[in-house]
Design a protein around this ligand. Structure first.
Ligand code: ARG
Ligand code: GLU
Length: 695
């Protein structure tokens, strides 16, 4: 009995130590530091974040605002995912130099390729500015008044903050507007492509394997940060020098095994962990399915045409990946919510919350929040779906409609402010050029025919034969002349005339109604967050992801996706060979890699069992934006590169469940194996610091 009790306590502790959470790096002292150490970490809070000394955070860069990257040498060498560098790799590719297909390796600094527009941003320091930002905000104010006061205060806080000339500042809201932090940042803009494996390694398994385990993808690419003569951020110049970082991550050759501590340090984008049950129900039962259907209809055409033609494959690779990624994620999200009874469990939690309100005498203050959510969501649901379906058709899948959408915005500008004609034209020209760079009218027409009926609008495929937008030259002609000419040209175009009333409806009714119904929900969510912390003060609260730097930690663990099935946490190169399908667009394996496997030419990159590890799983709570984040071991060394989550666990954005939510990382030894043995880029290995913390 006594033993059972101890065992029980142990299990409760174990579970509570694995509840997920994305924590603010400057606030780890105390609870998080203790918990991390209890999971095996040897790091102190100051090792991770320190303003006065270099610390791990100095090696972590926000990659182009959407992914994470880390510095791995004292010459500014940077590691991120293949899918994060994908559009840069694609932009340097052509049929002759197909870097997507064959990979790319710069064998010297001179061969590294510049990337216009690409940037990496580091966090210099983080400051709590809640008091300043919320000054003068009170409950007598309307939502609008509150927001404008907050904006005013935070602009002032940023203006008055003292910083170096080459640095920037920004403020961000946390805990649904209950707390505000200011970030001092440094943004580097001369970032060059150093290396990428072929897609048959970097995107091995493609969409079939995306979001699932067992996984065998070498999802990595390498870049280098260049700085000016003073080692400061600068625009591209051939005189720039490799950046000397304040800290770079040593790489462990000893890897990890089940139960080992790991932490993932990066820039998670967006989560929604404090939703009421009614919202989860709305998202998974009504909202997701319609968006899934639209993407599926588009993919049917794109996938087929990509298989038929190499030119289309290169043009549509990046776009296809983007569409397929969220499509599959939403399917997994629905599955996980269903399987874990998340809605029901959230209702049970709400009963606990309601009881706590009663016990603490907070009923009159917060008692109406949950019933109010029910009412608001019922009213919000149809318009939320309608608005998102429009976006899926007009901004995500159908390119002709996207061009008409941008043109509509230009027409509106020309009507309201004709003096802005040059700027309006220039921005549309930029958009048209970027769409036409990778455009195939047949593909797009097929997409149009498939998706438009799902938005409930009558289709007219003949617009594709009549419109000027499907050809760049003729599209640009529409923009010649005065404001009046442009307006006339646009309205005479068949596709524009078709789309205009649909777009007008979006702006004039759909989006307005959405804003109107969404505002009170956002305000109520802020109140709910406050109420939760008041009513259940002993629970753990971490702020939802908001594209700021966070620490999440856990252990290497397998999981059981369904009855009688258990996934081991580590996959090996043997598994790549098991999945090999000669010539397949997803599962082909380059000959050189097969040869290395056959001869077991693994160098120093094999595990103690003689096999090369490829991917591993952990209980780290991650989301989109954590792609490319380092997985760091108990001693602060790099062991993995985060790139995905398991399918059943993608619901962690709303409902983290330690039973089945796992993040997927590439083992750094696989990365090094590919760089060294496959690509022969030994000079890059020589730049890195390789360590053996377990010996
Ligand atoms: N699912 C991962 C993420 O959300 C990887 C996406 C890229 N890979 C792919 N097969 N599309 O970004
Ligand atoms: N692949 C995702 C990204 O691009 C990370 C996976 C996830 O959503 O957890 O950030």
């Amino acid at each position: 009995m006594r033993f059972l009790k101890i065992l029980f306590l142990f299990i409760v502790f174990q579970a509570s130590a694995q509840q997920g959470g994305m924590w603010i790096p400057s606030l780890l002292e105390g609870m998080n530091e203790d918990e991390m150490q209890s999971l095996g970490s040897k790091l102190t809070a100051k090792d991770i974040y320190d303003v006065n000394n270099s610390s791990l955070k100095d090696a972590i860069g926000h990659f182009n605002g959407g992914c994470t990257s880390e510095v791995i040498s004292d010459k500014g060498l940077v590691l991120t995912n293949h899918h994060c560098g994908f559009s840069q790799i694609q932009s340097h590719s052509s049929l002759e130099n197909d870097y997507l297909k064959d990979g790319f390796w710069a064998m010297s600094l001179e061969e590294e390729l510049p990337n216009e527009g690409l940037f990496i941003e580091f966090i210099v320091s983080i400051h709590d500015v809640t008091d300043v930002v919320l000054k003068g905000v009170n409950d007598a104010m309307t939502e609008k008044e509150k927001q404008s006061q907050i904006t005013k205060n935070s602009n002032e806080a940023m203006k008055n903050w003292s910083k170096e000339t080459w640095q920037d500042v920004k403020t961000k809201s946390f805990y649904k507007g209950n707390q505000y932090f200011l970030f001092v940042t440094e943004r580097f803009e001369d970032i060059r492509l150093v290396g990428a494996p072929p897609s048959s390694i970097g995107k091995f398994g493609s969409d079939t394997d995306n979001w699932v385990f067992p996984r065998h993808t070498g999802d990595f690419s390498m870049f280098r940060i260049y700085a000016d003569a003073n080692n400061r951020p600068a625009k591209y110049s051939k005189d720039n020098k490799p950046y000397k970082p304040k800290h770079f991550l040593p790489i462990s050759l000893d890897g990890v095994e089940e139960g080992d501590f790991t932490m993932v340090f990066g820039f998670p984008g967006r989560t929604n962990e404090y939703l009421p049950a009614v919202a989860i129900e709305h998202i998974t039962k009504d909202y997701n399915p319609t968006n899934i259907a639209i993407r599926e209809a588009a993919l049917k055409v794109i996938d087929q045409k990509m298989k038929e033609s190499d030119a289309v494959r290169i043009k549509y690779a990046s776009k296809q990946a983007r569409i397929a990624n969220a499509w599959k994620k939403w399917i997994g999200e629905n599955l996980g919510i269903d399987k874990s009874n998340a809605v029901e469990k959230r209702r049970e939690f709400e009963a606990t919350f309601t009881k706590a309100l009663k016990e603490r005498g907070l009923e009159s203050k917060y008692g109406t929040i949950l019933p109010e959510f029910d009412k608001l969501y019922k009213d919000f649901s149809p318009i939320n779906i309608k608005r998102r379906n429009f976006i899926e058709v007009f901004l995500v899948t159908n390119e002709l409609m996207q061009m008409t959408f941008r043109a509509y915005q230009v027409e509106q500008t020309l009507i309201a402010n004709p003096q802005n004609i040059e700027r309006a034209k220039a921005s549309l020209i930029g958009r048209l050029k970027s769409i036409h760079k990778n455009y195939d009218v047949d593909v797009d027409k097929g997409v149009y025919q498939n998706v438009m009926p799902l938005y409930g609008k009558k289709m007219d495929a003949s617009i594709y034969d009549k419109t000027a937008f499907t050809n760049l030259e003729s599209a640009l002609k529409l923009l010649e002349g005065s404001a009046e000419d442009v307006i006339k040209n646009l309205n005479n175009d068949a596709a524009y005339a078709y789309a205009k009333p649909i777009i007008a409806e979006f702006f004039n009714t759909i989006d307005r109604e959405f804003q109107q119904k969404n505002t009170p929900i956002t305000a109520l969510q802020t109140q709910y967050m406050t109420a939760l912390m008041d009513a259940l003060p002993n629970a753990r609260y971490f702020p939802d992801a908001n594209s700021t730097l966070r620490v999440t930690y856990g252990q290497v663990r397998g999981y059981s996706p369904r009855d009688a099935v258990y996934y081991n946490p580590v996959s090996y190169l043997d598994g790549v060979i098991e999945k090999y399908v000669p010539g397949d667009y997803e599962f082909d394996v380059p000959k050189k890699l097969r040869d290395l496997h056959k001869t077991k030419d693994y160098g120093q990159y094999a595990d103690s069992n003689g096999k090369v590890p490829v991917c591993f799983l952990g209980t780290n709570h991650t989301t989109g934006g954590n792609s490319g984040s380092p997985a760091i071991d108990a001693n602060g060394n790099l062991v993995g590169l985060n790139f995905d989550r398991v399918w059943e666990g993608t619901m962690s954005d709303m409902n983290y469940d330690p039973e089945i939510c796992r993040n997927i990382m590439v083992d750094l030894r696989y990365v090094l194996f590919i760089v060294d043995k496959y690509a022969g880029a030994k000079h890059l290995i020589d730049e890195m610091k390789l360590v053996h913390p377990k010996q």
